[in-house]
Design a protein around this ligand. Structure first.
Ligand code: BDR
Ligand code: CA
Length: 297
């Protein structure tokens, strides 16, 4: 089994909840913990607890993390849309802060794979506090857009954190927009999901419904579930080793993940591959993994 810790900004896009559900339904994985990040991390932890409650997995520790990115300033009182769904207060099942839980989990088992599916703030602070653990750890992140000239959300929300993680010595693998944006549920698939019975399925439907009615995207893209699906079936993605740098000062491009391959030999010699990025995805297989495991379809 692959032991994983999911660091999430569950509560806005529905894909975080789908990713956690997929991890819980995958016997190849063992979820050691869930940590929340970005803006209202407390409410996000409540939502994560609710999801675990519905899925009968309350033994998995949920730890609240950092709301404020390292340099960007954000309003952390905003209630994420999907948290409107929370009617009960769930007692915390973990006394640790997210950063402490990340470090404790790696200490317990250094092979635990960290899976950030939100901005990288918690992971970056943990890397600063326990560099010796990160030097040998593996991180599979949903983040980055490598063939694009625009930044991806998780990196853009905290570019400094992404930069720290990249220089931590960890083996970082990015499942970025290049592949995730291709994994969009069709109207027919959404319709079939809406017809599912079963408490967990109905619950996920209610979250999906909020997302479809509040987002300008108006569609369900399997960004975060793809990082989990890759851990279940590594053959799903083609990965390539590249030198990645995060743009931190660009006026228009802050948070851009640049692949620094230049035609100038002198510069190229200075740049070493520091990450693996996903360049190709088997879309039907990725969807099949999610739909069959989470929705029994
Ligand atoms: C990322 O941003 C969020 O909207 C998704 O949950 C995903 O983690 C995609 O850019
Ligand atoms: Ca996310």
């Amino acid at each position: 089994k692959t032991r994983i810790l999911i660091d999430t900004d569950i509560g806005d896009d529905v894909d975080d909840a789908l990713a956690i559900a997929l991890a819980l339904k995958s016997t190849e994985l063992e979820v050691a913990g869930i940590t929340t990040v970005y803006r209202n991390a407390e409410m996000r932890a409540q939502l994560a607890l609710q999801l675990l409650h519905v899925m009968g997995a309350t033994d998995i520790p949920v730890a609240t993390g950092i709301g404020q990115p390292i340099r960007n300033k954000v309003d952390s009182t905003v209630i994420p849309h999907q948290c409107r769904n929370i009617k009960t207060t769930y007692p915390p099942n973990c006394s640790l802060h997210a950063v402490e839980l990340i470090i404790a989990t790696l200490r317990e088992d250094p092979d635990t794979v960290l899976v950030p599916i939100g901005p990288f703030t918690n992971i970056a602070i943990a890397a600063k506090l326990a560099p010796e653990l990160f030097a040998r750890s593996r991180i599979v992140a949903m983040g980055g857009a490598f063939g694009a000239v625009y930044p991806e959300y998780n990196i853009m929300c905290d570019p400094e954190a992404a930069n720290i993680v990249l220089s931590s010595g960890a083996r970082v693998e990015f499942v970025g927009l290049d592949v995730t944006a291709q994994c969009v549920l069709s109207e027919n698939e959404v319709d079939r999901i809406y017809h599912c019975s079963g408490a967990a399925e109905r619950y996920l439907c209610s979250l999906m419904d909020i997302w479809l009615h509040t987002s300008i995207a108006g569609k369900v893209t399997l960004h975060d579930p793809l990082a989990i699906a890759y851990l279940v079936d590594p053959g799903l993605l083609n990965m390539r080793s590249v030198p990645v740098a995060v743009e931190m000062d660009g006026e228009m491009t802050r948070g851009l993940t640049a692949v620094l391959r230049t035609p100038f030999r002198q510069r190229q010699a200075e740049l070493e591959d520091n990450a693996r990025i996903a360049v190709d995805v088997n879309v039907p297989k990725a969807k099949e993994i999610l739909l069959s495991r989470v929705f029994n379809m």
